[in-house]
Write a protein that binds this ligand. Structure first.
Ligand SMILES: [Zn+2]
Length: 702
């Protein structure tokens, strides 16, 4: 089979209503990134697109929750998600957003194209309408009693208590969340995509053509959708946030977010082409393009049935594959944002990557573990202990150890240079290692082409394990003791280290799609340029030239300590929000004790006594006060979440304890430089932690 001319890779557009957790990362982003990096190393023509999904009801709902505008919400979360992806070395060619004009135009053109050709149908239905707010109500804006469990906290689309999917008509005593009034039924018309008309095409294309190359779980879900009867799906809705329906007289109607979001891949490609002076059309129209969508399993129906149908009707190419991942659970339970049982990418970045002993090695450690447990065929589990084991007993003890040993011995026994190979002395063990390297490349390549990323990564680690075994057999440090007596001793040492060095260069190439930062660190140690990472070099045994002087070894990975794991588990458990607890009578639980720390950990915190000089409310943030605090030698601005507990005027002049070396943090646009310590009593009232009497501002606390 000949190779496609070009590749277009997409990762599911994350919804811009909150930070994303590592389950998302494992599902739709890391696998896509590995694939894109592999293809680039193969020098194939590849564009990798992603962006924020910024429409739909969840955006205005989040805005109400945060007391701000939808625009502010998407700006905030778009920027945050973009930053998180960058911090975790995602290599999108573009990270776009669906609020851009180019996307609105593209989505509207799609709609018009289908509508003009009679591919959409118009239907009149009755929907709930809030007369006071003069607005049709999206499902999420209707609250009522759940017909299933009787909870009065059910929404028009789902009951938050029992989890059952609902339609607004099923709710008992529906109430509008906009006005609190009972909504009325009102007639409205909308455009629909008649999926049923295309059942034959979908059956053939998915269940026949792709039955062997798509993942069984993907085929299974598609089959049950098609067999269950394909209903027409509304393409438009009554809402005031989104992309306007480009038809005269359709005021107040927007494209449904499921319709506009996947078109975001197209508009992102257009923007990428504009930015890079390329043509975008071949990526979406030329049959020689291989389109691959990386998603989580909750997106299968959209990416395998609905969007492909839209693409077909619009004259575009269809996806070649949709390697959807299953879900990633966390410490034995489903990840959930509402219950706060999750690990946000941002939390990992702050707790590991941004720490003094962190950096890009911690990025690669997470990428490693998430690939190793990737839920490719079934749900899998993120366990902190598993993370620690993966890092300590695989990355550190196998891969890192092999590279480090090679370097240390090369410096000790070969003068820090690549030793020459004495062909006449090569034995079967040497030849076996060369063969292992050649085979590993083939295997890894085959697995990556089939989207089997966890197996491919296993093969890379396994090759470094073989390196360790080889070293163990050859024992150059023992041979070194015979240097005075055995004339071939140095030659034997040269041979083993020559081969181990070439293996290290190969490992850099093979690990690069998975752990790009590690590969670059290895390049630095080898003093070679990035070009060496080209995939065509894998399997070669002359990557490092004889006599070439190499750098000192650097540790590739640090160990993860027990205390770090304990602290994460503690943090997870103490942050858990219980859904069923009535908020008001809530009795404050005793704050659970945190994991034991060493004195050195405590000594890292710089505490000082400060005096509050000014205090003012922060606009549009009812919990925040902006304080300026005298610390003796300087005045600091600190934003503190205490506005509900203290009036600004009553705290001016008070002394407080300040953590002065906390990394600055922006809150509501104000940079906060430090944190004030507070004590919370049983009744939930806050108190400053103060010295017994007024002392000099800037006095240190230890
Ligand atoms: Zn219920």
């Amino acid at each position: 089979m000949s190779l496609p001319k070009r590749y277009l890779i997409t990762s599911a557009l994350p919804y811009a209503n909150g930070l994303k957790h590592v389950g998302h990362l494992a599902g739709a982003y890391i696998p896509a990134d590995i694939y894109a990096r592999y293809l680039r190393a193969q020098k194939r023509d590849v564009v990798f697109v992603c962006g924020s999904d910024e429409h739909g009801t969840a955006i205005p709902i989040q805005a109400t929750k945060e007391g701000t505008t939808p625009r502010a919400i998407i700006d905030k979360y778009h920027a945050a998600m973009k930053q998180d992806f960058e911090d975790l070395s995602m290599s999108f060619d573009i990270y776009h957003r669906t609020s851009e004009p180019i996307h609105h135009e593209t989505a509207q053109e799609f709609f018009t194209y289908l509508n003009d050709r009679g591919e959409l149908e118009i239907k009149e239905t009755e929907q709930y309408f809030d007369e006071e707010a003069n607005s049709f109500l999206a499902d999420r804006y209707i609250k009522g009693t759940c017909p299933n469990c009787g909870s009065d906290r059910a929404f028009g689309d789902q009951c938050e208590t029992c989890g059952r999917t609902l339609s607004p008509d099923e709710l008992i005593n529906p109430v509008s969340t906009l006005s609190g009034k009972t909504p009325v039924k009102k007639k409205t018309s909308h455009w629909y995509l008649p999926l049923g008309k295309h059942e034959q095409f979908l059956r053939e294309w998915i269940l026949e053509q792709h039955k062997d190359d798509w993942r069984p779980t993907v085929i299974g879900q598609c089959k049950s959708w098609i067999d269950g009867g394909l209903q027409s799906r509304a393409v438009t809705r009554d809402l005031d946030w989104g992309i306007k329906v480009p038809v005269a007289g359709a005021d107040g109607k927007m494209l449904y977010v499921w319709f506009d979001a996947p078109i975001g891949y197209v508009s992102a490609t257009k923007q990428w082409a504009l930015d890079n002076k390329k043509e975008w059309e071949p990526y979406w129209y030329d049959k020689d393009t291989k389109l691959v969508h990386f998603i989580g399993k909750d997106n299968i129906v959209f990416h395998c049935i609905i969007f492909p149908l839209m693409l077909k009707l619009h004259g575009n190419i269809l996806p070649e594959n949709v390697p959807a991942n299953e879900f990633l659970n966390l410490e034995g339970d489903k990840m959930s944002t509402s219950r706060n049982w999750k690990l946000d990418m941002r939390d990992y970045i702050n707790d590991f990557v941004k720490q003094e002993n962190g950096g890009t090695q911690c990025v690669d450690m997470l990428r490693y573990y998430l690939t190793q447990i990737a839920p490719e065929t079934k749900d899998s589990e993120f366990m902190w202990k598993g993370f620690q084991d993966a890092v300590n007993s695989e990355l550190v003890s196998i891969f890192g150890n092999f590279v480090n040993r090679t370097w240390v011995l090369m410096h000790k026994l070969c003068g820090g240079k690549v030793p020459r190979l004495h062909e006449e002395l090569l034995d079967d063990t040497d030849r076996g290692l060369v063969e292992d390297i050649r085979l590993a490349r083939k295997k890894i390549e085959g697995l990556l082409e089939e989207y089997k990323f966890r197996e491919a990564l296993f093969e890379v680690i396994d090759l470094s394990r073989k390196g360790n075994q080889y070293m163990q057999k050859k024992e150059p440090w023992i041979v070194a003791k015979q240097l005075a007596t055995n004339p071939d001793a140095q030659k034997s040492i040269d041979n083993s280290l020559h081969l181990c060095l070439q293996l290290t260069a190969n490992l850099a190439i093979l690990i690069n799609p998975f752990l790009p930062n590690t590969a670059r660190k290895m390049l630095h140690m080898m003093k070679v340029v990035e070009k060496m990472l080209d995939w065509e070099n894998a399997g070669k045994m002359n990557l490092l030239s004889v006599g070439y002087v190499l750098r000192e070894p650097q540790l590739l990975f640090r160990k993860i300590e027990d205390t770090e794991i304990a602290a994460q588990i503690e943090k997870l458990k103490s942050g858990l929000t219980k859904m069923e607890e009535p908020k008001k009578e809530e009795v404050k639980p005793e704050v659970p004790a945190k994991a034991e720390i060493q004195f050195d950990d405590f000594a890292k915190i710089d505490l000082k006594i400060g005096t509050i000089l000014t205090a003012e409310k922060v606009e549009k943030a009812d919990k925040l006060l902006k304080l300026s605090i005298d610390l003796g030698t300087e005045t600091r601005t600190i934003v503190s979440g205490i506005a509900l507990h203290f009036a600004p005027e009553e705290i001016v002049g008070k002394q407080v304890t300040v953590v002065t070396n906390l990394a600055p943090r922006k809150m509501r646009g104000i940079e906060s430089n430090g944190m004030i310590l507070m004590a919370e009593d049983k009744a939930g009232k806050l108190h400053f932690v103060q010295p017994g009497s007024m002392i000099d501002a800037g006095s240190s606390v230890s």
